[in-house]
Write a protein that binds this ligand. Structure first.
Ligand SMILES: [Ca+2]
Ligand SMILES: [Ca+2]
Length: 379
């Protein structure tokens, strides 16, 4: 059993003061719309069914496109970029297959029906595990806080301090992928929306079942750029507007004018594809990547490889470094931003934007898509 309350949940449950990212923020960067912290990683294993081994190459790559390998400039120094997106450096990735859209509720339901998998948000919180992350002497919270649940975006009714992310995230008992806003909500009419409230561990379990894997951070960014090397956005350098992707219009987090048609998730593929035929690489939901999150990894790569070197197929570090989440035991990368992003607060729909999150934490704006190492298409 794992404890998977983030600091946001602890704030929502009254166990931590409502300070952004704890008390030791060491980077001069805004805390983005998702600023989770502090949980414990876990190892979850799903036996890959035999059907994967017997699948044809076409079946293994259904709903995916082949991304030819290549070299690109990873990172950004755009005015909207945060410090962890620099320095820009040259990276090569080998070719790979990637889902054309985020994994949907329908796809996740098939996985759950076949395996009986229970997501972390559906499991009871283990106080004995959780207390290890708390200041000594922290009393056991009310049982209502320790019920299975997840963090749901809840817009405040008045403008708030944008550093106090706990003001728009509510720990909601009963919130999970089946009930994205908690009891009474349902995905029945959202089967073509991206699945949410999936932790990194849940996404890895799904990937194992599907015979695929999460993309590396470099693969994800290469794919998101759609062949437009050096552009600010996955569609070029034009601003986001309301027709490019599912983001937030209006004053975050108080009023959403819904110009793009969606307050929360949108059906996958509702917005134009990028140059590689991929939908929602910008916005809709954040997408988990394989790598551990490290704000300093780009600097470290250049230090190790030398200025001007091309870094080939980089993977994440062994240990996460996530100063925005000082209580985090571990942190994994998320990419692409969500329906909560806009230029005034968190322009993370840009392909270079990065986020770290505890791997046992799902939220109402986080999902994933997968890649495959199946052979490339025949010429
Ligand atoms: Ca929207
Ligand atoms: Ca997305």
């Amino acid at each position: 059993m794992v404890a998977r309350l983030t600091s946001l949940a602890l704030i929502a449950g009254g166990l931590l003061p409502p300070e952004p990212g704890g008390s030791t923020l060491s980077l001069e960067m805004p805390v983005a719309c998702c600023a989770p912290v502090a949980s414990r990683a876990s190892a979850i294993s799903i036996t890959t069914p035999e059907r994967i081994a017997s699948q044809t190459a076409a079946a293994r790559t259904e709903g995916m496109v082949w991304i030819p390998g290549g070299e690109f400039s990873m990172g950004s120094i755009d005015p909207l970029a945060r410090p962890d997106e620099a320095p820009v450096h040259r990276v090569h990735v080998d070719g790979f297959w990637i889902d054309t859209h985020e994994v949907t509720n329908a796809q996740f339901a098939e996985f759950v029906d076949e395996t009986g998998y229970v997501t972390i948000a559906e499991r009871k919180v283990d106080w004995q595990e959780l207390r290890k992350q708390m200041p000594e002497g922290t009393p056991k919270p009310d049982d209502a806080v320790l019920q299975p649940g997840s963090l749901v975006f809840t817009p405040p009714d008045r403008p708030v301090d944008l550093r106090r992310f706990g003001l728009w995230w509510t720990w909601t008992a009963g919130a999970n992928w089946r009930q994205p806003e908690g009891p009474g909500s349902s995905v029945e009419d959202r089967m073509d929306h991206p699945v949410v409230h999936v932790a990194w561990d849940d996404a890895v379990a799904f990937a194992e079942w599907a015979g695929k894997r999460l993309p590396t951070e470099a693969e994800w960014e290469f794919a998101a750029r759609g062949g437009l090397d050096g552009a600010v956005n996955s569609w070029g350098n034009e601003p986001v507007g309301a027709t490019r992707c599912n983001t937030w219009q209006g004053r975050f987090p108080v009023s959403n004018t819904k110009e793009d048609g969606f307050v929360r998730t949108a059906p996958v593929g509702s917005f134009p594809a990028n140059g590689y035929g991929l939908h929602d690489m910008a916005g809709n939901v954040w997408e988990w990547c394989e790598d551990r999150f490290d704000v300093y990894i780009y600097t470290q790569r250049i230090d190790e490889a030398g200025p001007g070197a091309v870094v080939r197929n980089p993977r994440g570090p062994e240990v996460a470094r996530d100063p925005r989440n000082p209580r985090a035991v571990d942190s994994r990368v998320q990419r692409g931003g969500s329906f909560l992003c806009n230029d005034s607060y968190c322009a993370s729909y840009r392909p270079s934007a990065r986020m770290g999150c505890a791997p046992d934490t799902g939220m109402s704006h986080v999902g994933f898509r997968l890649v495959s190492d199946a052979p490339p298409p025949a010429e």
